[in-house]
Design a protein around this ligand. Sequence first.
Ligand SMILES: Nc1ncnc2c1ncn2[C@@H]1O[C@H](COP(=O)(O)OP(=O)(O)O)[C@@H](O)[C@H]1O
Ligand SMILES: [Mg+2]
Length: 258
Amino acid sequence: MGKIIAISNQKGGVGKTTTSVNLSAALGELNKKVLLIDLDPQASTTTSLGINRSLLYSTVTDVLLNHIEIEDSIIHLSDINVDVIPATIELAHLEIKLDIDDREYALSHKIQRIAHLYDFIVIDCPPSLGLLTLNALYASNSVLIPVQCQYLAIDGLTQLLNTIRIVQKQLKVNNKRLEIEGVLLTMLDKRTKAGWEIVHEIKDYFKEGVFDTIITSNVAAQVAPTYGLPVTTFAPRSPASKLYKSLAKEVVANNERR
Ligand SMILES: Nc1ncnc2c1ncn2[C@@H]1O[C@H](COP(=O)(O)OP(=O)(O)O)[C@@H](O)[C@H]1O
Ligand SMILES: [Mg+2]
């Protein structure tokens, strides 16, 4: 069974999408079978990979509303060895359309069918702790939490950790576990004292729960999505590319240890 990892933090702009896309691509380069699910109505993962929304035949919304089989929503991006289930803004209206008795488990039920086909399934979450994020958490084996190395980084993390705890309790009833894959420090400006202070603050708080890899602020990471490419393909020798490859190795090692 593939390991399912939700990339979550209810704060926007902390690097969830950048991490989802580049971690997936880096895992793909390691010859892992990877499925990346865009679960954010802003659909940044979908556009970052150059998938033209207007040409989309089906999306994650159609899967969750039982309009199509999950297998039929998968786009194979053979050049980067990653499969994607795309999203569009329609996903924003899902909440009012989902069946009451399946609300939080809709994604989990769908993923079960295909998890055996992959080594890793990565889910890019929206910047909220609403129904979509709950669906991602209930479907996942672990959560990777990107934290931007900026002032007030810790703000809001308590709420995320509380939500994770609630989901963990619920899952325990079904003999399932949700672990914290790790906290990923992102967009560190190595030249500033303030950035390093956040690194120390987060490491004090989460101890060994923080990935050794720290993603530094890097122009290539920012520009790659405008070319519809992961940074590992757009600028393979850039710092961001190397760092996301190092993160992928940590994630693989974590998985093998368990
Ligand atoms: N390592 C990085 N260096 C520079 N810019 C980055 C880096 N990671 C992300 N960004 C930029 O920061 C912004 C927010 O990142 P994004 O991944 O979209 O966050 P989120 O999905 O949490 O909202 C984007 O414009 C993205 O290009
Ligand atoms: Mg995003």
